[in-house]
Design a protein around this ligand. Structure first.
Ligand SMILES: [Ca+2]
Ligand SMILES: [Ca+2]
Ligand SMILES: [Ca+2]
Length: 849
């Protein structure tokens, strides 16, 4: 929506706005607990770090500037440019005082026994931020503790700043000067880990300032992004966090004075507010388009100060390139959701195949299609490109490009006991295996996928992927073949058929790793991940995250004999055992075993043997004395019900069926929701008798009642959830569950309940209208958190988590910044669930009248 103006006119208008602005803005503390004026919100710890991943760039003092969150992390910090795993303070005593118009809170660094207070209160056209100390900065932190605030680089690229009137340009790429300091000066990082590979030199990097002064004006040329910061009796410095980490931001900072108490620092912060600013409406629709016979409803998202228009229109683009209005319809007020008002525009009546766009006032959308086959290819990029790119232990090629080499051939070592790791892994007092700490576990350099934007093997998400792919194979017989897979030579070629269905080859690839876990470890593991934090944040070819040579303790670090290496970089196996992971892996392998029978008989047999072993070792055994270590596996589930079901379908042994039937009805009586609820019960219908289906219908009705509320909760009618991670997975499983209900009881739920979930994923969702599946739809996620995110690009077919809720009322999915995993990180289980949903959608649209 950026207008193209000549520079002169642009600057003239900008100056006018800035001059006119001085009476417009007065920030007020609103009922939601943040400072607000039209165009500017200042959040003061409305959001806090969740702890699991430390600095997620989503907490502290934050600015939502003309509808975009541009600033975060305002807090007392201990470095010039804190990284993700640098310490974050805990918040105590947050108080919102309407009487004095002030938000105040305490911040504690427990490791340093360092407490500070912050208060924020409006003044003139901005706020005053004060840092108050009861006790001076601890000696160890003198010159290190400071007040920082961070600005997202993508909002300031191609723009300028003035520091005390001296001009500078925000760098597109980091190249400021840095210095080295001895390790003894370094402030602690998460759990004693280090993000920096100092190659044994006991030193660390300190980024230097881009500019220093008393007053900084950020982006004076751009009223949308202009921010003024004045330090009162202190020096300001501007830093570029990307010197240390690609996900770093621009940071403005003042060091706290040593040996002082009371109000030790004050800043005046003034984000410019454009008078009477209103956010441009966002017209939301499926970027893939619509089947002629489905409901077609666009949602229009409006600023709360915007006046709704009565009408919207649908235009068709003719072969001559002309635009013809096909329908002018009412823009019906839906109401308020989060911070915006919503309208709905229904153009269901237009059924003629063609190219269309929506017009609302002066705004026109990009084009989309109406056609009987709009969904037919929507899952191809996910199966053809995204899943092959995620394949571990293989070289993956596509045309002229090699995505990565054959990685982690040095897998893997037993993780040591009593160890706090990162990314949610830890080991308790036992290995749960026959292996000693750091001992090599053989046979693991095979199969598996990079779990997400990082490169670890997560057993739980592998189970989900196998379930999704087996379901896809069995329900839809998807024989698409666009991938060449040569396991013997560890080579994968994209867009190259090899006569074998890709779904089976992917099932094989996942089963290879899970079977290897059970055969070599004795049971499935929590996961397999690099030992060092300075390896974990790897961006680049996964082949180079380790040296691919097995660790040899007889060599010195960085020394190699050509066959082994003295560098301890081989991945560690977190061998925590839990009944939940044992059984959910057994379920996935029992299912995989069926599909692999004709494709890879040997692996099929081993998968079934592994599944039966896990069943025998877990079922009817006393519960373990201690709860499972390591926080359990992601997506693991803990029920024996799916295992009983899969073993029954695969072996036809009636004892498993009986066990399933013993478990399913009490489970449904407890709840129809969740993994052990209506979804598994519905999937089971083909394997049970007619009475089962009759009895199940009352539970399906209960499920239908349970989802009725979504239509009132939000204008999209789907479950929008967000707890540190976007909720697209939930929307996809909602749509898949609805598909099974529709197939079994078409009188209960219509096909539209499947399609509305799909349309949400494909662009009809809050904040923007981009398809959440990269390269699917006219406009889609082109800047996402794949393992190539440092290049601000995408992996075709990857599905992102979607919208993250910033409390109290701001949903966000950024498209110019790839480093928010909660918004933009492709994950293998979501992506394969999307493959199933796409095929389900193609199945239901066939019957639409
Ligand atoms: Ca991971
Ligand atoms: Ca193939
Ligand atoms: Ca190695």
């Amino acid at each position: 929506m950026k207008k193209k103006l000549s520079l002169t006119i642009f600057l003239a208008i900008s100056l006018l706005i800035i001059t006119n602005n001085s009476f417009g803005q007065k920030l007020k503390l609103n009922d939601l607990g943040y400072f607000e004026t039209q165009g500017v919100n200042v959040f003061v710890y409305s959001n806090q770090y969740t702890g699991m991943f430390n600095d997620e760039k989503n907490a502290g003092i934050e600015i939502i500037h003309h509808g975009v969150r541009t600033s975060t992390g305002g807090a007392v910090r201990l470095q010039n440019t804190p990284e993700q795993w640098d310490l974050v303070p805990n918040v105590i005593d947050r108080k919102i005082d309407k009487g004095t118009n002030t938000i105040s809170l305490g911040l504690v660094y427990k490791d340093y026994d360092f407490t500070s207070k912050i208060s924020v209160t409006p003044k003139d056209n901005g706020v005053v931020i004060s840092v108050i100390l009861d006790k001076p900065v601890p000696e160890k932190l003198e010159g290190r503790a400071g007040f920082n605030i961070e600005f997202i680089p993508s909002s300031y690229f191609r723009k300028s700043y003035l520091m005390d009137g001296k001009p500078g340009a925000f760098p597109l790429y980091p190249s400021s000067s840095t210095t080295m300091e001895p390790l003894s000066n370094k402030v602690l990082q998460y759990a004693g880990h280090s993000t920096f590979d100092d190659r044994g030199r006991k030193e660390f990097i300190v980024p230097g300032a881009l500019a220093k002064g008393k007053t900084i004006i950020m982006a004076p040329e751009d009223p949308e992004h202009l921010v003024k910061i004045q330090a009162i009796d202190a020096e300001l410095a501007l830093y570029d966090g990307r010197d240390l980490a690609q996900n770093g931001w621009f940071i403005v900072r003042s060091v706290l004075p040593a040996r002082k108490t009371g109000v030790v620092l004050q800043w005046y912060l003034e984000p410019n507010a454009i008078p009477n600013w209103k956010r441009v409406p966002v017209i939301q629709f499926s970027q893939v388009g619509y089947h002629p016979n489905q409901e077609k409803v666009a949602v229009i998202e409006l600023d709360k100060n915007d006046t709704p228009l009565a009408k919207a229109s649908l235009y068709q683009v003719t072969p001559e390139g002309k635009y013809v209005e096909k329908l002018s319809g009412n823009a019906v007020v839906w109401g308020k959701y989060t911070r915006y008002n919503y309208l709905k525009f229904d153009f269901t009546s237009v059924k003629e195949p063609g190219i269309y766009f929506i017009k609302y006032g002066d705004l026109s959308t990009n084009t989309f299609q109406i056609g009987a086959d709009v969904y037919s290819n929507v899952w191809h990029p996910t199966l053809d490109v995204y899943m092959p790119v995620q394949m571990d232990h293989m070289m993956v090629n596509e045309g002229y490009r090699t995505w990565h080499g054959a990685s982690y051939l040095d897998d893997a070592l037993q993780a040591p006991v009593n160890h706090q790791h990162f990314d949610g892994y830890r080991m308790g007092p036992t290995t749960d295996t026959k292996y000693k700490d750091y001992e090599r576990i053989p046979g693991l350099a095979v199969g598996g996928w990079y779990d997400a934007g990082d490169f670890d093997i997560q057993t739980g998400s592998h189970n989900s992927v196998l379930n999704n792919l087996v379901d896809t194979w069995e329900a839809f017989k998807v024989t698409r073949d666009e991938t060449f897979v040569d396991q013997a030579n560890r080579f994968v070629d994209i867009h190259r058929p090899d006569g074998k269905p890709d779904v089976l080859q992917q099932i094989e690839h996942g089963a290879l790793n899970l079977v290897a876990q059970i055969e070599n470890v004795g049971h499935p593991v929590r996961g397999i991940i690099v030992p060092n934090l300075y390896q974990y944040h790897h961006l680049g070819d996964a082949l180079t995250e380790t040296d691919n040579l097995p660790y040899n303790p007889n060599l010195k670090p960085y020394e190699t004999d050509g066959k082994s290496s003295g560098t301890m970089d081989d991945r560690w196996v977190f061998t925590n055992r839990s009944a939940g992971t044992d059984l959910s892996t057994a379920a996935a392998l029992a299912a995989a075993s069926r599909t692999l029978r004709d494709h890879n008989k040997n692996l099929s047999d081993r998968a079934l043997a592994a599944a039966l072993k896990m069943w025998d070792e877990n079922v009817n055994k006393p519960a373990p004395a201690a709860p499972p270590q390591g926080g359990g596996a992601f997506g693991g589930g803990s029920s024996e019900m799916p295992t009983a079901l899969q073993l029954y379908i695969t072996t036809k042994d009636i004892k498993y069926k009986n066990r399933f039937l013993e478990l399913i009805w009490p489970a449904l009586d407890r709840s129809v929701a969740g993994r052990g609820g209506i979804l598994i019960a519905l999937k089971t219908i083909p394997f049970m008798d007619a009475d089962y289906k009759t009895k199940l219908k009352s539970y399906a009705l209960k499920y239908k009642e349970s989802i009725a509320g979504y239509e009132k909760e939000n204008p999209y009618g789907v479950p929008i959830t967000s707890r540190g991670w976007g909720g697209n997975n939930g929307v996809i499983s909602f749509a898949i569950t609805n598909y099974y209900v529709y197939k079994a009881y078409p009188d209960l739920l219509s096909a539209e309940y499947v399609l509305k979930g799909m349309n949400y994923i494909l662009g009809c969702h809050p904040y923007s209208n981009l398809s959440f599946v990269s390269a699917v739809g006219t406009r889609s996620k082109e800047v996402a958190y794949g393992n190539n995110r440092a290049d601000f690009t995408f992996i075709a077919g990857g599905v992102v988590p979607g919208l993250l809720l910033f409390q109290p009322d701001f949903l966000e999915n950024k498209e110019d910044w790839p480093f928010f995993w909660g918004e933009n990180e492709y994950v293998i289980d979501i992506s394969t669930a999307y493959i199933f949903l796409s095929n389900a959608v193609n199945d239901v649209v066939k019957n639409l009248k």
